[in-house]
Design a protein around this ligand. Structure first.
Ligand SMILES: *Cc1c(COP(=O)(O)O)cnc(C)c1O
Length: 389
């Protein structure tokens, strides 16, 4: 297929649910991507945060190649090795918990919502936050604190109250005898890179302990090293009751996971929740390769160092260009808030071979792979500065 035939097929045969950038990619390696015309791009927003290790990490590729001829699928009423190993590894990196495997972030959050309702025994309300994003399925959408995603899909499932982010009083005012949990991202990704205050999160933990509520942390975007720690909650010194994961866990393959604190994990017993594909052998092997690479290649340290470097450089750009209002974020999850819409900057950058994202209209989002190199950051900054000019 040539470029036009690809566009034509999409136009005719694929549901038009995405705002498209007219680029057709054929190859990726680390932080680089190549389009159908062999033009090279620097990817500073790899797969919406999915490719934390860049594209086609060799360890992930060989894990898939190694597993695929042996066994691709095992139904979840049997056992297999890779799921056993992966769950053990995730729990090792997090806290004493049990894992439920599924296929996406929304599904992981649905699992968390269903878990909470079962746990609540009649209590079912979950408090969520303005500008949050938890996914597109109905439950996760009801939890999402952004009207623009919900409009036209009503009625949404009941049982969610959305309040102002980082506002403890607002949370307290929303409590009722039906409240069972509080659900949040510690760095709101789609909502514009808004970081949760430490005092706020510590107070939420205390509140949850006092009222026997579940603290549910959505780490679908922040998990697996994105913020310079394995999980974002580790910056806060808290232990959540539930953590949801997806995006970067499978190194590019679809996987979701819900972690539940061990003491309460048996709330969902046999037959109460399920996923046909969840935690299959190929994906679990890929995820194991991701976790090993994070450890062996010291990527948490690289993420912190490169994150500080990139942030400092972006702050320097802020001093130079009045179009930049604020630079914020943690690790390599950075937002550059502009005084005007960011779309034109994103397009200019793409034209010059740099892929970034704009969220919430005015926030440029930079989330390069956590194994990004300094010289790649320098190249990206050059392109970004030209676009800002
Ligand atoms: C992307 C995202 C989701 C939804 O994940 P899907 O895999 O697209 O269902 C949920 N929560 C957060 C924080 C996300 O960034």
């Amino acid at each position: 297929m040539n470029l036009q035939e690809v566009f034509d097929s999409y136009q005719e045969n694929i549901a038009p649910t995405y705002t498209k950038v007219p680029l057709v990619f054929v190859k990726g390696k680390g932080s680089r991507l190549w389009d159908i015309h062999h033009k090279e791009y620097l990817d500073f927003f790899p797969g919406w945060g999915v490719c934390n290790l860049g594209h086609c990490h060799p360890k992930v590729v060989s894990a898939i190649k190694d597993q695929a001829p042996k066994l691709i699928f095992v139904a979840n009423n049997f056992y297999h090795l890779a799921q056993a190993k992966l769950a053990k590894e995730i729990v090792y990196w997090s806290y004493p918990a049990k894992v439920f495997f599924c296929n996406s972030g929304a599904e992981a959050n649905e699992a968390a919502i269903k878990f909470s309702r079962k746990f609540g025994k009649g209590r079912y309300e979950i408090i969520t936050f303005d500008n949050s994003f938890h996914g597109r399925t109905l439950g996760a959408l009801a939890a999402t604190g952004q009207k623009k995603y919900q409009q036209g899909f009503e009625p949404l499932p009941a049982g969610f109250k959305t309040v102002k982010f980082n506002d403890l009083e607002a949370v307290k005012n929303a409590l009722s005898d039906k409240t069972v949990g509080i659900m949040l991202e510690l760095v709101q990704g789609e909502g514009g890179i808004n970081v949760a205050d430490k005092d706020f999160v510590l107070a939420l933990r205390k509140l949850c302990d006092e009222k026997k509520l579940l603290l549910i942390i959505d780490e679908v975007q922040t998990g697996i090293g994105r913020t310079g720690k394995f999980f974002a909650f580790q910056h806060y010194g808290i232990t959540p009751d539930i953590v949801t994961l997806a995006k970067s866990l499978g190194g590019g393959l679809p996987i979701g996971a819900m972690l539940v604190k061990k003491e309460i994990a048996d709330t969902l017993g046999p037959g109460m929740h399920a996923s046909t594909f969840g935690g299959g052998p190929v994906i679990c092997k890929a995820a194991l390769a991701v976790l090993q690479a994070v450890q062996k290649e010291k990527l948490l340290a690289n993420c912190r160092q490169m994150g500080e470097y990139l942030k400092a450089k972006l702050l320097a750009l802020k001093d130079k260009y009045s179009i930049i209002k604020e630079v914020r974020g943690v690790g390599l999850m950075l937002g550059v808030e502009l005084n005007s819409p960011g779309k034109v900057i994103v397009e200019k950058c793409a034209g010059q071979g740099l892929l970034i994202n704009c969220t919430h209209d005015t926030v440029l989002r930079l989330m390069p792979a956590i194994n990004v190199k300094k010289k790649e950051i320098d190249r990206a900054l050059k392109i970004l500065e030209e676009a800002l000019k």
